[in-house]
Design a protein around this ligand. Sequence first.
Ligand code: HEM
Length: 404
Amino acid sequence: MPYGPEWRRQRKVYQSILNITAVTSYQPLQAAEAVLTLKQLSETPERYYDHIRRYSTAVILSSVFGIRGPQFEHPNIQRLYHVQDQFTAILETGATPPVDVFPILKFLPTFMAPWRKWALKIRAEQRQLYFELLENAKDRIERGVHRKCLMDELLQETQKEKHGLDDEHIAYIGGVLMEGGSDTTASTLLSFLLAMVKYPRVLKKAQEAVDKVCGTSRSPTFDDLKNLPYIKNCVNEVSMVRGVYDTYSGYHFPKGSIFVANTWAIQHNSECYDRPDEFIPERFEQNEYGYKKSLDIPDGLRTTYAFGAGRRICPGLHLAENSLLINVSKLVWAFNMVPGKDPETGRQLSSEDIRDSVETEWTNGFLTAPKPFPVRLNVRSAQHQQTIDRECSEGQELFKGYED
Ligand code: HEM
Protein backbone atom coordinates (compact mmCIF):
# COMPACT_ATOMS: atom_id res chain seq x y z
CA MET A 1 0.00 0.00 0.00
CA PRO A 2 1.46 3.42 -0.93
CA TYR A 3 2.18 6.03 1.74
CA GLY A 4 -0.89 8.26 2.26
CA PRO A 5 -3.92 8.84 4.55
CA GLU A 6 -5.20 5.26 4.16
CA TRP A 7 -1.79 3.78 5.03
CA ARG A 8 -1.52 6.14 8.05
CA ARG A 9 -4.96 5.06 9.30
CA GLN A 10 -4.01 1.37 9.13
CA ARG A 11 -0.63 2.03 10.67
CA LYS A 12 -2.26 3.71 13.70
CA VAL A 13 -4.47 0.65 14.19
CA TYR A 14 -1.48 -1.73 14.02
CA GLN A 15 0.39 0.36 16.54
CA SER A 16 -2.53 0.53 18.94
CA ILE A 17 -3.03 -3.26 18.97
CA LEU A 18 0.56 -4.48 18.54
CA ASN A 19 2.59 -2.11 20.70
CA ILE A 20 5.05 -3.58 23.18
CA THR A 21 2.61 -3.35 26.13
CA ALA A 22 -0.43 -4.67 24.25
CA VAL A 23 1.35 -7.80 23.01
CA THR A 24 2.41 -8.84 26.52
CA SER A 25 -1.10 -10.21 27.01
CA TYR A 26 -0.45 -12.77 24.23
CA GLN A 27 2.60 -14.25 25.95
CA PRO A 28 0.66 -17.09 27.70
CA LEU A 29 -0.79 -18.09 24.31
CA GLN A 30 2.64 -17.98 22.63
CA ALA A 31 4.17 -20.06 25.44
CA ALA A 32 1.38 -22.67 25.29
CA GLU A 33 1.63 -22.96 21.48
CA ALA A 34 5.43 -23.27 21.78
CA VAL A 35 5.01 -26.18 24.24
CA LEU A 36 2.49 -27.84 21.89
CA THR A 37 5.12 -27.49 19.16
CA LEU A 38 7.68 -29.26 21.38
CA LYS A 39 5.17 -32.07 21.90
CA GLN A 40 4.49 -32.39 18.15
CA LEU A 41 8.22 -32.29 17.38
CA SER A 42 8.86 -35.02 19.97
CA GLU A 43 6.21 -37.26 18.36
CA THR A 44 6.98 -36.75 14.66
CA PRO A 45 10.33 -34.96 14.48
CA GLU A 46 10.66 -35.65 10.74
CA ARG A 47 7.73 -33.26 10.22
CA TYR A 48 9.63 -30.36 11.81
CA TYR A 49 8.90 -28.07 8.85
CA ASP A 50 5.11 -28.43 9.22
CA HIS A 51 5.18 -28.14 13.01
CA ILE A 52 7.11 -24.88 12.96
CA ARG A 53 4.85 -23.44 10.24
CA ARG A 54 1.81 -24.49 12.26
CA TYR A 55 3.11 -22.66 15.33
CA SER A 56 3.44 -19.27 13.68
CA THR A 57 0.07 -19.47 11.93
CA ALA A 58 -1.73 -20.77 15.02
CA VAL A 59 -0.49 -17.82 17.09
CA ILE A 60 -1.76 -15.37 14.47
CA LEU A 61 -5.14 -17.15 14.12
CA SER A 62 -5.74 -17.04 17.88
CA SER A 63 -4.35 -13.59 18.60
CA VAL A 64 -6.02 -11.94 15.58
CA PHE A 65 -9.28 -13.91 15.09
CA GLY A 66 -9.67 -15.86 18.34
CA ILE A 67 -9.66 -19.25 16.57
CA ARG A 68 -7.33 -22.24 16.73
CA GLY A 69 -5.04 -24.20 14.43
CA PRO A 70 -4.06 -27.21 16.55
CA GLN A 71 -2.50 -29.33 13.76
CA PHE A 72 -0.84 -28.45 10.47
CA GLU A 73 -3.65 -30.33 8.65
CA HIS A 74 -6.36 -28.28 10.33
CA PRO A 75 -8.51 -26.44 7.73
CA ASN A 76 -7.83 -23.05 9.36
CA ILE A 77 -4.09 -23.50 8.80
CA GLN A 78 -4.40 -25.09 5.34
CA ARG A 79 -6.71 -22.39 4.05
CA LEU A 80 -4.33 -19.60 5.00
CA TYR A 81 -1.33 -21.35 3.44
CA HIS A 82 -3.25 -22.04 0.24
CA VAL A 83 -3.98 -18.32 -0.23
CA GLN A 84 -0.58 -17.21 1.03
CA ASP A 85 1.39 -19.59 -1.20
CA GLN A 86 -0.38 -18.27 -4.29
CA PHE A 87 0.20 -14.68 -3.19
CA THR A 88 3.90 -15.39 -2.62
CA ALA A 89 4.12 -17.09 -6.03
CA ILE A 90 2.73 -14.09 -7.90
CA LEU A 91 5.08 -11.74 -6.05
CA GLU A 92 8.14 -13.79 -6.99
CA THR A 93 10.62 -11.99 -9.21
CA GLY A 94 9.89 -12.95 -12.82
CA ALA A 95 6.43 -14.38 -12.10
CA THR A 96 4.83 -11.30 -13.72
CA PRO A 97 6.32 -8.48 -15.83
CA PRO A 98 7.77 -5.59 -13.73
CA VAL A 99 4.61 -3.48 -13.69
CA ASP A 100 5.91 -1.20 -10.90
CA VAL A 101 9.10 -0.47 -12.85
CA PHE A 102 7.32 0.06 -16.21
CA PRO A 103 3.88 1.48 -15.26
CA ILE A 104 2.95 1.62 -18.96
CA LEU A 105 2.32 -2.15 -18.69
CA LYS A 106 -0.72 -1.33 -16.56
CA PHE A 107 -2.46 0.03 -19.67
CA LEU A 108 -2.19 -3.16 -21.73
CA PRO A 109 -5.59 -4.75 -22.53
CA THR A 110 -6.37 -7.84 -20.45
CA PHE A 111 -5.93 -10.28 -23.37
CA MET A 112 -2.27 -9.07 -23.60
CA ALA A 113 -1.78 -9.16 -19.83
CA PRO A 114 -2.64 -12.69 -18.59
CA TRP A 115 -1.03 -11.96 -15.19
CA ARG A 116 -3.93 -9.58 -14.46
CA LYS A 117 -6.42 -12.48 -14.52
CA TRP A 118 -4.17 -14.47 -12.19
CA ALA A 119 -3.88 -11.49 -9.81
CA LEU A 120 -7.67 -11.00 -9.82
CA LYS A 121 -8.25 -14.68 -8.99
CA ILE A 122 -5.85 -14.48 -6.03
CA ARG A 123 -7.45 -11.25 -4.84
CA ALA A 124 -10.91 -12.88 -4.99
CA GLU A 125 -9.71 -15.84 -2.89
CA GLN A 126 -7.97 -13.53 -0.42
CA ARG A 127 -11.11 -11.41 0.00
CA GLN A 128 -13.28 -14.47 0.49
CA LEU A 129 -11.01 -15.75 3.26
CA TYR A 130 -10.62 -12.38 5.00
CA PHE A 131 -14.38 -11.65 4.95
CA GLU A 132 -15.30 -15.15 6.08
CA LEU A 133 -12.98 -14.81 9.08
CA LEU A 134 -14.43 -11.39 9.85
CA GLU A 135 -18.05 -12.62 9.57
CA ASN A 136 -17.27 -15.60 11.83
CA ALA A 137 -15.80 -13.26 14.44
CA LYS A 138 -18.87 -10.98 14.22
CA ASP A 139 -21.27 -13.94 14.57
CA ARG A 140 -19.39 -15.20 17.58
CA ILE A 141 -19.45 -11.78 19.27
CA GLU A 142 -23.18 -11.49 18.54
CA ARG A 143 -23.68 -14.86 20.27
CA GLY A 144 -22.03 -13.20 23.30
CA VAL A 145 -18.82 -15.24 23.01
CA HIS A 146 -15.87 -12.88 23.57
CA ARG A 147 -12.24 -13.81 23.12
CA LYS A 148 -8.89 -12.22 23.86
CA CYS A 149 -7.99 -11.30 20.28
CA LEU A 150 -7.42 -8.26 18.07
CA MET A 151 -10.73 -8.64 16.16
CA ASP A 152 -12.71 -8.40 19.37
CA GLU A 153 -10.94 -5.12 20.09
CA LEU A 154 -11.38 -3.66 16.60
CA LEU A 155 -15.05 -4.62 16.33
CA GLN A 156 -15.97 -2.56 19.38
CA GLU A 157 -18.00 0.47 18.27
CA THR A 158 -15.67 2.86 20.16
CA GLN A 159 -12.62 1.51 18.31
CA LYS A 160 -14.37 1.57 14.93
CA GLU A 161 -15.31 5.20 15.47
CA LYS A 162 -11.93 6.19 16.85
CA HIS A 163 -10.08 4.84 13.81
CA GLY A 164 -12.85 5.44 11.22
CA LEU A 165 -13.05 1.76 10.31
CA ASP A 166 -15.65 -0.06 8.25
CA ASP A 167 -15.87 -3.81 7.50
CA GLU A 168 -13.62 -3.50 4.47
CA HIS A 169 -10.84 -1.96 6.60
CA ILE A 170 -11.22 -4.48 9.40
CA ALA A 171 -11.25 -7.48 7.05
CA TYR A 172 -8.07 -6.27 5.35
CA ILE A 173 -6.32 -5.38 8.59
CA GLY A 174 -6.96 -8.94 9.81
CA GLY A 175 -5.82 -10.38 6.48
CA VAL A 176 -2.64 -8.32 6.29
CA LEU A 177 -1.72 -9.25 9.86
CA MET A 178 -2.25 -12.88 9.02
CA GLU A 179 -0.16 -12.73 5.84
CA GLY A 180 2.55 -10.58 7.47
CA GLY A 181 2.86 -12.57 10.65
CA SER A 182 2.83 -16.27 9.84
CA ASP A 183 5.49 -17.36 7.33
CA THR A 184 7.96 -14.67 8.44
CA THR A 185 8.16 -16.06 11.97
CA ALA A 186 8.29 -19.67 10.77
CA SER A 187 11.07 -18.94 8.32
CA THR A 188 13.19 -17.30 11.04
CA LEU A 189 12.67 -20.28 13.37
CA LEU A 190 13.63 -22.71 10.59
CA SER A 191 16.80 -20.68 10.00
CA PHE A 192 17.56 -21.05 13.69
CA LEU A 193 17.17 -24.86 13.54
CA LEU A 194 19.50 -24.99 10.55
CA ALA A 195 22.07 -22.87 12.41
CA MET A 196 21.95 -25.22 15.41
CA VAL A 197 22.69 -28.22 13.19
CA LYS A 198 25.55 -26.36 11.53
CA TYR A 199 26.96 -24.80 14.73
CA PRO A 200 26.87 -27.42 17.56
CA ARG A 201 29.12 -25.15 19.67
CA VAL A 202 26.33 -22.56 19.86
CA LEU A 203 23.65 -25.14 20.68
CA LYS A 204 25.76 -26.56 23.51
CA LYS A 205 26.37 -23.09 24.98
CA ALA A 206 22.66 -22.18 24.71
CA GLN A 207 21.70 -25.49 26.39
CA GLU A 208 24.12 -24.85 29.26
CA ALA A 209 22.54 -21.42 29.75
CA VAL A 210 18.91 -22.70 29.88
CA ASP A 211 19.85 -25.75 32.00
CA LYS A 212 21.37 -23.50 34.65
CA VAL A 213 18.17 -21.43 34.87
CA CYS A 214 15.46 -24.12 34.41
CA GLY A 215 16.85 -27.61 35.06
CA THR A 216 14.75 -30.42 33.61
CA SER A 217 11.51 -30.07 35.57
CA ARG A 218 10.25 -27.04 33.64
CA SER A 219 10.88 -25.47 30.24
CA PRO A 220 11.92 -21.79 29.95
CA THR A 221 9.24 -19.14 30.42
CA PHE A 222 9.02 -15.47 29.47
CA ASP A 223 10.09 -14.60 33.04
CA ASP A 224 13.33 -16.53 32.52
CA LEU A 225 14.39 -14.54 29.48
CA LYS A 226 15.95 -11.72 31.48
CA ASN A 227 18.39 -14.32 32.83
CA LEU A 228 19.11 -15.75 29.38
CA PRO A 229 21.13 -13.10 27.48
CA TYR A 230 22.71 -15.75 25.25
CA ILE A 231 19.25 -16.73 23.95
CA LYS A 232 18.56 -13.07 23.10
CA ASN A 233 21.90 -12.93 21.26
CA CYS A 234 20.96 -16.07 19.31
CA VAL A 235 17.67 -14.44 18.28
CA ASN A 236 19.51 -11.28 17.21
CA GLU A 237 21.97 -13.35 15.24
CA VAL A 238 19.31 -15.39 13.44
CA SER A 239 17.36 -12.27 12.57
CA MET A 240 20.55 -11.02 10.89
CA VAL A 241 20.15 -7.69 12.57
CA ARG A 242 22.33 -5.30 10.64
CA GLY A 243 22.08 -1.82 9.08
CA VAL A 244 20.03 -0.28 6.31
CA TYR A 245 20.71 3.10 4.70
CA ASP A 246 17.67 5.32 4.23
CA THR A 247 19.21 7.76 1.77
CA TYR A 248 21.73 7.44 -0.99
CA SER A 249 23.96 10.51 -1.26
CA GLY A 250 23.79 12.68 -4.36
CA TYR A 251 20.91 10.91 -6.12
CA HIS A 252 17.46 12.38 -6.54
CA PHE A 253 14.55 9.97 -6.22
CA PRO A 254 11.19 11.13 -7.58
CA LYS A 255 8.21 11.13 -5.23
CA GLY A 256 6.64 7.65 -5.07
CA SER A 257 9.87 5.78 -5.89
CA ILE A 258 9.87 2.22 -4.59
CA PHE A 259 12.93 1.19 -2.56
CA VAL A 260 13.89 -2.38 -1.90
CA ALA A 261 16.71 -2.41 0.66
CA ASN A 262 19.22 -5.17 0.01
CA THR A 263 19.43 -5.99 3.70
CA TRP A 264 21.27 -9.25 3.09
CA ALA A 265 24.22 -7.46 1.47
CA ILE A 266 24.24 -4.71 4.08
CA GLN A 267 24.04 -7.20 6.95
CA HIS A 268 26.93 -9.18 5.52
CA ASN A 269 29.33 -6.27 5.11
CA SER A 270 32.65 -7.52 6.49
CA GLU A 271 33.82 -3.93 7.01
CA CYS A 272 31.19 -3.59 9.77
CA TYR A 273 30.74 -7.12 11.14
CA ASP A 274 33.32 -9.76 12.08
CA ARG A 275 32.95 -12.95 9.99
CA PRO A 276 29.43 -11.95 8.90
CA ASP A 277 28.69 -15.26 7.17
CA GLU A 278 29.11 -17.27 10.36
CA PHE A 279 26.58 -17.77 13.18
CA ILE A 280 28.29 -16.00 16.11
CA PRO A 281 25.82 -14.79 18.79
CA GLU A 282 28.81 -13.53 20.82
CA ARG A 283 29.11 -10.55 18.46
CA PHE A 284 26.25 -8.98 20.47
CA GLU A 285 28.36 -9.18 23.64
CA GLN A 286 30.72 -6.56 22.12
CA ASN A 287 27.89 -4.09 21.71
CA GLU A 288 24.13 -4.36 21.23
CA TYR A 289 24.47 -3.97 17.46
CA GLY A 290 26.97 -6.77 16.90
CA TYR A 291 29.17 -4.12 15.25
CA LYS A 292 32.95 -4.49 15.00
CA LYS A 293 34.65 -3.42 18.22
CA SER A 294 37.09 -1.11 16.46
CA LEU A 295 34.37 0.95 14.74
CA ASP A 296 32.33 3.92 15.97
CA ILE A 297 28.64 3.08 16.09
CA PRO A 298 26.88 5.21 13.44
CA ASP A 299 23.96 7.40 14.56
CA GLY A 300 20.56 5.78 14.29
CA LEU A 301 21.89 2.21 13.92
CA ARG A 302 19.30 -0.41 14.95
CA THR A 303 19.88 -3.90 16.27
CA THR A 304 16.97 -5.42 14.37
CA TYR A 305 16.99 -4.59 10.68
CA ALA A 306 15.26 -7.85 9.84
CA PHE A 307 12.02 -5.99 10.52
CA GLY A 308 12.83 -3.10 8.20
CA ALA A 309 13.35 0.45 9.41
CA GLY A 310 11.80 3.90 9.42
CA ARG A 311 8.12 4.69 9.01
CA ARG A 312 7.28 1.30 7.56
CA ILE A 313 9.07 -0.81 10.14
CA CYS A 314 7.22 -4.06 10.83
CA PRO A 315 4.42 -3.25 13.31
CA GLY A 316 4.37 -6.90 14.45
CA LEU A 317 7.99 -6.93 15.60
CA HIS A 318 7.25 -7.15 19.34
CA LEU A 319 4.84 -10.06 18.89
CA ALA A 320 7.37 -11.68 16.54
CA GLU A 321 10.32 -11.18 18.91
CA ASN A 322 8.36 -12.77 21.73
CA SER A 323 7.63 -15.77 19.52
CA LEU A 324 11.27 -16.10 18.53
CA LEU A 325 12.58 -15.80 22.10
CA ILE A 326 10.17 -18.29 23.65
CA ASN A 327 10.59 -20.87 20.87
CA VAL A 328 14.36 -20.61 20.69
CA SER A 329 14.69 -21.02 24.46
CA LYS A 330 12.26 -23.97 24.58
CA LEU A 331 13.74 -25.70 21.51
CA VAL A 332 17.30 -25.68 22.83
CA TRP A 333 16.06 -26.76 26.26
CA ALA A 334 14.15 -29.73 24.80
CA PHE A 335 16.16 -31.10 21.88
CA ASN A 336 19.52 -32.23 20.72
CA MET A 337 19.57 -31.15 17.09
CA VAL A 338 21.99 -33.11 14.98
CA PRO A 339 22.53 -33.62 11.24
CA GLY A 340 20.43 -36.37 9.65
CA LYS A 341 21.28 -38.62 6.72
CA ASP A 342 21.93 -37.51 3.17
CA PRO A 343 18.48 -38.00 1.51
CA GLU A 344 20.11 -39.28 -1.68
CA THR A 345 22.93 -41.55 -0.46
CA GLY A 346 21.69 -42.41 3.04
CA ARG A 347 25.11 -41.46 4.45
CA GLN A 348 25.13 -40.01 7.98
CA LEU A 349 26.10 -36.33 7.70
CA SER A 350 28.25 -34.27 10.05
CA SER A 351 27.76 -30.59 10.87
CA GLU A 352 30.59 -29.75 8.41
CA ASP A 353 28.55 -31.40 5.64
CA ILE A 354 25.50 -29.21 6.32
CA ARG A 355 25.20 -26.51 3.68
CA ASP A 356 23.78 -23.15 4.76
CA SER A 357 24.57 -20.89 1.83
CA VAL A 358 21.71 -18.51 1.19
CA GLU A 359 22.42 -18.75 -2.54
CA THR A 360 21.67 -22.45 -2.79
CA GLU A 361 19.92 -23.58 0.41
CA TRP A 362 17.15 -20.95 0.69
CA THR A 363 13.96 -20.69 -1.36
CA ASN A 364 13.87 -17.92 -3.95
CA GLY A 365 11.49 -15.04 -4.04
CA PHE A 366 9.74 -12.42 -2.04
CA LEU A 367 9.67 -14.41 1.21
CA THR A 368 12.63 -16.71 1.63
CA ALA A 369 13.12 -19.64 4.01
CA PRO A 370 15.66 -22.44 4.30
CA LYS A 371 14.74 -25.38 2.08
CA PRO A 372 14.07 -28.59 4.08
CA PHE A 373 17.39 -29.87 5.45
CA PRO A 374 18.52 -33.15 7.08
CA VAL A 375 18.05 -32.78 10.83
CA ARG A 376 17.39 -35.21 13.67
CA LEU A 377 15.64 -33.85 16.75
CA ASN A 378 16.03 -35.99 19.85
CA VAL A 379 14.39 -35.11 23.17
CA ARG A 380 17.32 -34.67 25.56
CA SER A 381 16.12 -37.05 28.32
CA ALA A 382 13.11 -38.93 29.71
CA GLN A 383 12.67 -36.12 32.28
CA HIS A 384 12.52 -33.54 29.50
CA GLN A 385 9.82 -35.62 27.77
CA GLN A 386 7.79 -35.88 31.00
CA THR A 387 7.98 -32.11 31.43
CA ILE A 388 6.88 -31.53 27.81
CA ASP A 389 3.89 -33.90 28.28
CA ARG A 390 2.87 -32.29 31.57
CA GLU A 391 3.18 -28.68 30.33
CA CYS A 392 1.31 -29.61 27.17
CA SER A 393 -1.65 -30.95 29.19
CA GLU A 394 -1.61 -27.80 31.34
CA GLY A 395 -1.81 -25.64 28.17
CA GLN A 396 -5.11 -27.28 27.11
CA GLU A 397 -6.97 -25.13 29.64
CA LEU A 398 -5.82 -21.94 27.92
CA PHE A 399 -6.68 -23.31 24.46
CA LYS A 400 -10.26 -23.97 25.58
CA GLY A 401 -10.71 -20.18 25.65
CA TYR A 402 -10.31 -20.20 21.84
CA GLU A 403 -12.49 -23.21 21.02
CA ASP A 404 -16.20 -23.42 20.27
C1 HEM B 1 10.24 -12.80 12.33
C2 HEM B 1 9.08 -12.32 11.98
C3 HEM B 1 8.87 -11.09 11.11
C4 HEM B 1 9.72 -10.46 10.25
C5 HEM B 1 11.16 -10.82 9.93
C6 HEM B 1 8.97 -9.35 9.67
C7 HEM B 1 9.52 -8.45 8.76
C8 HEM B 1 8.80 -7.42 8.17
C9 HEM B 1 9.34 -6.51 7.20
C10 HEM B 1 10.79 -6.50 6.70
C11 HEM B 1 8.35 -5.67 6.83
C12 HEM B 1 8.42 -4.54 5.80
C13 HEM B 1 8.98 -3.30 6.43
C14 HEM B 1 9.22 -2.22 5.37
O1 HEM B 1 8.45 -2.13 4.38
O2 HEM B 1 10.19 -1.47 5.57
C15 HEM B 1 7.16 -6.06 7.56
C16 HEM B 1 5.91 -5.45 7.42
C17 HEM B 1 4.80 -5.83 8.11
N1 HEM B 1 4.72 -6.80 9.09
FE1 HEM B 1 6.23 -7.98 9.73
N2 HEM B 1 7.71 -9.34 10.18
C18 HEM B 1 7.60 -10.37 11.07
C19 HEM B 1 6.50 -10.69 11.84
C20 HEM B 1 5.29 -10.01 11.83
C21 HEM B 1 4.15 -10.30 12.68
C22 HEM B 1 4.12 -11.39 13.77
C23 HEM B 1 3.14 -9.47 12.28
C24 HEM B 1 1.73 -9.29 12.81
C25 HEM B 1 1.18 -9.84 13.78
C26 HEM B 1 3.66 -8.64 11.20
C27 HEM B 1 2.93 -7.67 10.54
C28 HEM B 1 3.42 -6.86 9.54
C29 HEM B 1 2.62 -5.87 8.81
C30 HEM B 1 1.12 -5.60 9.03
C31 HEM B 1 3.47 -5.23 7.91
C32 HEM B 1 3.10 -4.12 6.91
C33 HEM B 1 3.33 -2.79 7.57
C34 HEM B 1 3.02 -1.58 6.69
O3 HEM B 1 2.84 -1.70 5.48
O4 HEM B 1 2.98 -0.50 7.26
N3 HEM B 1 4.96 -9.00 10.96
N4 HEM B 1 7.45 -7.12 8.37
